[in-house]
Design a protein around this ligand. Structure first.
Ligand SMILES: *Cc1c(COP(=O)(O)O)cnc(C)c1O
Length: 314
């Protein structure tokens, strides 16, 4: 049987680190970063949080194969592959985009090295991934498996992400998190207090659909939001895996100044947004902000391969 204990992190609770900028002091703002990027050397950030209860559930059900879904740069695919290798599960990744079969990137190469079987399917088929007959066909092909939805977006993922806030016992007025599926934000809302405010920064265009998804995930996890919340829709930079040279500069400067690496898809955009909002006096005087570093650094090398202007890479 798989051994979940081998995945447990020694780095809990993850550290909370203050980010000092003279401009913050001017605006009377304090910014702290919760370093979930340090949670595990191979299973970073919120992906570790979301896998924790899912893999425990797979073990409880006596399943030794885990199947999940993701795109070409998916941190969730990378994390699931590594976690399954470490715990002794077989893993299957259903990957969006048949064309990737030939031109693999660093993320998919590593997942494959971690023992994940990669199954490439067309974008049309991928859209049907939650349909009963689609899953039935997968069971026929691969036998019994424990299914984790794309991005770890289920109630077990929410429960794991709630612990990000449960272990940060200092008071913060505002909590900021980058959003893909909204599962991490749902977990944070499940744990945040009524007097707190939660800001989600979608990395995708059309992020306004996300409120519904977040509320649905919360209710599936039998939780409600007592904090106020808002989606900040201005900082997706054109969508997933899109960036401007302004964003790349920001990420490079942030690393030079604070010795903390950010990822291009999620945490870079969120922190760019927070800096911009502070500049625009979005936050009240003396607001204490906690931003979650959800990790995702494994994706940077894949994105770097894709970027044409290599000199822009932080
Ligand atoms: C996957 C990911 C997110 C998005 O998390 P959701 O729970 O899907 O909203 C945010 N940040 C990083 C670094 C990620 O890898």
């Amino acid at each position: 049987m798989p051994v979940i204990q081998s995945l447990l992190s020694e780095n809990l609770p993850t550290p909370v680190q203050q980010i000092h900028e003279s401009s913050f002091a001017e605006h009377g703002i304090q910014l702290f970063l919760k370093r979930d990027d340090l949670i595990h050397p191979e299973i970073s950030g919120n992906k570790w949080r979301k896998l924790k209860y899912n893999l425990m559930e797979a073990q409880r059900q006596g399943c030794n194969t885990v199947l999940t879904f993701g795109g070409a740069f998916s941190n969730h695919i990378a994390a699931t592959a590594a976690a399954c290798r470490l715990a002794g599960f077989k893993s299957i990744g259903i990957i969006r985009g048949e064309e990737l079969q030939e031109k693999n990137n660093a993320t998919l190469r590593q997942a494959s090295k971690d023992g994940m079987h990669l199954e490439f399917i067309s974008r049309e088929n991928y859209r049907r991934k939650n349909a009963m007959d689609f899953l039935e066909a997968l069971r026929e092909k691969f036998g019994a498996f424990y299914m984790i939805p794309e991005g770890g977006a289920n109630e077990m993922g929410v429960a794991g992400c709630a612990e990000i806030i449960q272990e940060a016992n200092e008071h913060f007025d505002t909590i900021c998190v980058a959003c893909g599926t909204g599962t991490t934000m749902a977990g944070i809302l499940a744990a945040a207090k009524p007097e707190q405010q939660v800001l989600g920064f979608p990395a995708l265009k059309g992020g306004y659909f996300l409120t519904n998804d977040v509320l649905q995930l919360l209710s599936r996890a039998n939780k409600t939001a007592s904090a106020s919340y808002e989606l900040i829709l201005k900082y997706h930079f054109g969508g997933y895996a899109q960036h401007s040279s302004e964003l790349l500069h920001f990420i490079r400067n942030f690393k030079a100044k604070h010795s903390i690496e950010l990822d291009f898809i999620y945490t870079g955009k969120m922190l760019f947004g927070i800096y911009d909002l502070i500049q625009k006096r979005f936050f009240r005087q003396a607001t204490k902000i906690l931003a979650i570093h959800t990790g995702g650094l494994q994706g940077n090398s894949s994105i770097a391969e894709r970027l044409k202007d290599v000199s822009q890479i932080p």
